[in-house]
Write a protein that binds this ligand. Structure first.
Ligand code: GSH
Length: 254
């Protein structure tokens, strides 16, 4: 159940990035949140917390959440905290841990998606690591995306009974919302490769489509609150990487 707490999300203002997983949870639940760094003075407020000048836990990096006295970083931990409060997890404790486990697996995939265009160092420009990025993207799309998507496909198949078409339990959880976001990001970054992979992952694609159609999510996606994917974020479209990746994807699509 939603509580009457003022939720403040702290995240980089120009990208969807990892903050988007938290935004989607609030948006689907219809719970108001303050996207602090996107309003004037917000970056300074975020910096103060990163520098340990405010009370509460010390985050290493955004995103982090402030709710009353609580400050909490790490996307999966934030969602684990918000899940029961926003009505985005089942009641059963084991099921809640299962959702968390799925979220951590999605976090692994997100980290690999980042490393595909920055395989050497986050502190270097993409242009300084184009050649290794090409190799890494080929492996990411050829081996890793299919392995992750097949895993989520299996998880959906296991939970499928009657009308159950979500990852855990009867209703959507924050892991389903995050799966939507990961698929959206991969489709943006690797449109050709993902078009080839889609037919083999129909349950995953179905979750993506059904999350996008949820009324609050649909309203959010067409609102100005939803930032566009861009080449500063985690999911970046570099045509040469999508191309380099095609050879790998083709292998798995046949
Ligand atoms: N494991 C963390 C990763 C957090 C993270 O890497 N945040 C990025 C933006 S998406 C960042 O600002 N990193 C700064 C750094 O690693 O130095 C999570 O899932 O929240």
């Amino acid at each position: 159940m939603a509580e009457h707490v003022r939720y403040q999300l702290f995240y980089w203002p120009e990208i969807q990035g990892r903050g988007e997983f938290i935004r989607l949870a609030f948006e689907d639940a219809g719970v108001a949140y303050d996207d602090v760094a996107r309003r004037p003075g917000g970056m300074r407020a975020m910096q103060r917390i990163l520098e340990g000048k405010e009370r509460g836990a010390l985050p290493f990096a955004p995103p982090f959440l402030r709710a009353g006295k609580l400050v909490l970083a790490q996307t999966a931990a934030i969602l684990q905290y918000l899940g029961p409060r926003l009505g985005l997890v089942p009641r059963d404790e084991a099921a809640r841990f299962e959702v968390h486990q799925l979220q951590l697996t999605l976090a692994d995939l997100v980290a690999e998606a980042h490393d595909a265009h920055h395989p050497i160092a986050s502190s270097l420009y993409y242009e300084q690591q184009k050649a290794p990025a090409r190799l890494r993207a080929r492996d990411f799309v050829g081996e890793r995306i299919p392995k992750f998507l097949a895993y989520f496909e299996r998880a959906l198949a296991r939970n499928a009974q009657g009308k159950r078409r979500w990852l855990v339990g009867r209703d959507r959880t924050y892991a389903d919302l995050s799966l939507f976001q990961v698929v959206a990001g991969l489709q943006y970054a690797y449109p050709n490769a993902m078009a080839r992979l889609a037919p083999r992952h129909s349950r995953v694609m179905d979750v993506h489509a059904r999350v996008a159609q949820r009324p609050r999510i649909a309203a959010y996606l067409s609102s100005r609150r939803r930032l566009s994917f861009n080449e500063m974020g985690i999911f970046r479209h570099y045509p040469e990487l999508d191309q380099a990746a095609q050879r790998g994807a083709r292998k798995h699509a046949s």
